[in-house]
Design a protein around this ligand. Structure first.
Ligand code: ACO
Length: 335
């Protein structure tokens, strides 16, 4: 059977993260490189965002290449062959092509034989994917799911727009989720407010504005953003979602070991720290290296924190993100 959609396996109390991985392009684009492209400066970017450099996917490579690289690393860390996967979920807003799903290409690249589909919730994609993956595992639909967050935003960014081009980067992060009797994913909370859709969008390339010579000439296929509006909503809603996760699990900030939040802007995370009383020292930070990699940012940070020994077995992690939509959410994880 190829791509079996429902394999069963009995209900499990919990799902757990069994392994993490990442795929990071080799090409580095520093703030100093950007100074040569647009009217900006390293000082401005570092002060306003905390970003020093970001990675750009090499020409000829694709979203599914990066996703497969991250997926392979996560499978290796979990000690699970691709043949034992029941599903691959790829969270992305920058797939190889609009159709078919990026996940089916990843399935082929990994040599897997399982269900595969994409999910789009922008920077909140990984939290949404984690919630869906956790529910499917606990319901007994599947035993092992590969969850990947991947973006190649360098190909959706207007490199002449200094308001946006300084923020984003490319990358992929992945986790293998497995059904378990031991606590792992303790809770997920998901939210959305489509009334704010206009603050951050790519207007062109869909049904409203299909690709034409005129739409391309007017740069409709690039990210458009109201930075201040996004900033305010991000601080408020990431903080609220984090507090909801704490309240749901009857935990106080001092009982959290690590906050692995979406790396959009260091100042957003400082605002979240202040509102939640979660000290910034508990936030795992790698934004200076990668910029905003949207749905890839939490799984990349997770992978780095696990591999450098920051995250240890038994610790409690709070994950939280907000992205275009707005869509946002949080997850409480027992490592
Ligand atoms: N370099 C130099 N100057 C710049 C740049 C730049 N790259 N970009 C804007 N400016 C200028 C502006 O034109 C403005 O000049 P003016 O005062 O003469 O008009 C001045 O700097 C201040 O601009 P602001 O927009 O007020 O700067 P702000 O402090 O809000 O920072 C930023 C802008 C960094 C975009 C911030 O609003 C932000 O990070 N917002 C969140 C956006 C975000 O994270 N989006 C990602 C997707 S959603 C998510 O992941 C949460």
């Amino acid at each position: 059977m190829r791509g079996g959609a429902h394999r069963g396996g009995g209900t499990a109390m919990y799902s757990r993260i069994l392994g993490t991985g990442k795929g990071i392009p080799g090409q580095v684009l520093t703030n100093f490189d950007l100074e040569k492209r647009v009217d900006t400066s390293d000082t401005w970017i570092v002060e306003r965002t905390g970003i020093r450099e970001r990675r750009i996917l090499e020409e000829g490579r694709t979203t599914s290449d990066l996703a497969a690289e991250a997926g392979r690393a996560a499978l290796e860390a979990a000690g699970l062959p691709a043949s034992r996967l029941d599903a691959i979920i790829v969270c992305t807003v920058t797939p190889d092509v609009p159709m078919p799903a990026c996940a089916v290409t990843v399935q082929q690249k990994l040599g897997a034989n399982c269900a595969a589909w994409d999910m789009a919730a922008a920077c909140a994609g990984f939290i949404y994917g984690l919630s869906v993956g956790d529910a499917l595992l606990r319901a007994g639909n599947f035993r092992h799911i590969l969850l990947i967050g991947v973006e190649v935003l360098s190909r959706a960014v207007d490199w002449s727009d200094r308001n946006t081009c300084i923020l984003f980067g490319d990358g992929a992060g992945a986790v293998v989720l497995g059904a378990s009797d031991q606590p792992g994913i303790l809770s997920t909370h998901l939210y959305a407010d489509g009334a704010q859709a206009g603050l951050l969008s790519i207007p062109g390339g869909g049904v409203i504005c299909p690709a034409t010579a005129a739409s391309v000439a007017s740069r409709q296929h690039f990210i458009k953003m109201n930075g201040k509006g996004v900033f305010l909503h991000a601080v408020r809603n990431i903080a609220r979602a984090s507090l909801d996760a704490l309240a749901h699990n009857r935990l106080t900030p001092d009982q959290i070991d690590w906050v692995v939040a979406h790396q959009a802007n260091l100042r957003i995370l400082e605002g979240v720290a202040e509102k939640t009383k979660l000290p910034l020292s508990k936030f795992y930070l790698n934004i200076h290296k990668y910029g905003n990699t949207s749905s890839a940012s939490i799984p990349i940070a997770l992978d780095e924190a696990v591999r450098d020994g920051s995250i240890k077995p038994g610790q409690r992690l709070l994950l939280a993100a907000l992205g275009a939509g707005f869509s946002w959410g949080s997850a409480l994880v027992q490592w």
